[in-house]
Design a protein around this ligand. Structure first.
Ligand code: 5CA
Ligand code: ZN
Length: 412
């Protein structure tokens, strides 16, 4: 699939270190320590509706990590997927009497536009599930051959992963089994389905059904891929057996990232699959998680059409810590717009306090598990000083502008 077009990222003077990030598996902040090339896989959209501010917040979070690694002098190999075949897409297309392919292509195109407007650095590889089906089916066959998967004997041709084949299953989410069962039922799993060896076993391959699209699975028979193996296959194919960061919203901690890690670890024997499992908080509206299924959405494209500056949206989303579940409100946007105007005015000031001092403070807070509230406070203070003619560093306004462009993705 085509990725989107990026913008130039300014380089900054001095040295930076790779960020420390919270890892859901270890439940602690730990240094990221990429060797050579930093590798990141982020779970992207299921394109059955437009990009909302929750998606935007998650994409911005991983964009910051990408920016910090680059600033630390690393090369970054970033892969993001598009779940362009799955139940929700087929259900929405059927509801609206639309071709599911047309729906997926339209919403994916809109997502790319939104990402460009938000100045998200494009991934090197933007990959759909459909184009990955041969690789996915190959991995399902490998798991069957290894005895880590089984076909249900109810004639459907559905293949499940046996979590008993993954001795460490549960290490990523750290959840008790009862909670896993509840979440699995809520998030696309089927713990009550008869014939499974373990209620938590996730689907790897869904045998063909009347009225549903199906692809050749070789010995698996015709069908379509399960969700978790999609991300495993794409990541293994493009990034290798282990990666530095596996990312997404915290709604993916269980079952999605637990299962995709378990698939990968059984397939390759390498563990942990990801050195860091990084999860962004949920953006809510009116007290509920923003989600396509609930319909309580604020679309990035709607805000753009209303003339809202995408940089103000970015600042609004950065005003909370990425790991905190938080609300999007009109006020969050208003504060973002006011801050953007103030920063732009300050960037045009003749001088300000030390630009190098500001850069060092921004780097330090971002490297500390992306502490953007602290960063905004530091830049606010610098702007306040520059606007009140405090400080005599004439090169500082330009460096301040480069710093927030390169590290926060905010073009002034
Ligand atoms: N295609 C799968 C991942 S493989 C999926 O979860 N798609 S999605 O369209 O539902 O979400 C796309 C990304 O946005 C995921 O990383 C998801 O965790 C994140 N996300 C979804 N809703 C929100 C929200 N309200 N706030 C923050 N992030 C969200
Ligand atoms: Zn995923």
């Amino acid at each position: 699939m085509d990725t989107w077009t990026g913008h130039e990222v300014p380089t900054l003077p001095g040295d930076a270190v790779a960020p420390h990030l919270f890892d859901s598996a270890r439940r602690a902040v730990a240094a990221t320590a990429p060797e050579g090339v930093a590798t990141m896989y982020v779970c992207g959209i299921t394109p059955y509706d437009a990009t909302h501010l929750g998606h935007a917040a998650t994409m911005i979070t991983f964009d910051l990590i990408n920016r910090l690694w680059r600033d630390a002098g690393l090369e970054v190999n970033y892969v993001q997927n598009v779940t362009d075949i799955d139940d929700p897409l087929l259900e929405r297309a059927a509801r609206d009497g639309e071709d599911w392919v047309v729906l997926a292509m339209r919403e994916t195109a809109l997502f790319r536009e939104d990402m460009e407007a938000l100045r998200i650095i494009p991934p090197q590889h933007y990959v759909g599930a459909v184009e990955s089906i041969p690789a996915i089916a190959g991995h399902v066959r490998e798991l069957l051959a290894a005895g880590a998967a089984y076909t249900l004997d109810d004639g459907t041709g559905d293949v499940y992963f046996a979590i008993s084949a993954a001795p460490r299953f549960g290490y990523e989410s750290n959840l008790p089994r009862e909670e896993m069962t509840v979440l699995s039922a809520e998030r696309g799993g089927d713990p009550d389905r008869a014939g499974k060896r373990d209620p938590l076993d996730p689907l790897l391959w869904r045998g063909t059904r009347d009225g549903e699209p199906a692809w050749d699975g070789g010995d698996l028979g015709p069908g379509r891929p399960g969700w978790h193996i999609e991300c495993t296959a794409i990541a293994l194919g493009l990034l290798g057996n282990t990666i530095d960061v596996q990312g997404g919203g915290n709604d993916l901690i269980y079952p999605h990232h637990e299962c995709s890690a378990a698939h990968a670890e059984v397939l390759t024997g390498a563990q942990p699959f990801a050195a860091h499992y990084v999860h962004a908080g949920m953006i809510g509206l009116d007290g509920e998680k923003m989600s396509k299924s609930k319909g309580n959405l604020v679309f990035v494209s709607r805000l753009r059409a209303d003339g809202v500056d995408p940089m103000a949206v970015r600042l609004g989303l950065l005003s909370g810590h990425y790991r905190a579940d938080r609300e999007w409100t009109d006020d969050v946007l208003k504060v973002g717009e006011e801050r953007l105007a103030r920063w732009r005015a300050a960037a045009a000031a003749p001088a300000g306090p030390s630009g190098e001092g500001l850069l060092a403070a921004v780097r330090e807070s971002l490297a500390n598990d992306l502490d953007t509230p602290a960063v905004l406070a530091v830049v606010d203070a610098w702007c306040e000083a520059a606007l009140t003619a405090t400080g005599d560093d004439e090169s500082a306004p330009a460096l301040m502008s480069r710093t927030v462009d390169a590290l926060l993705g905010v073009k002034l």
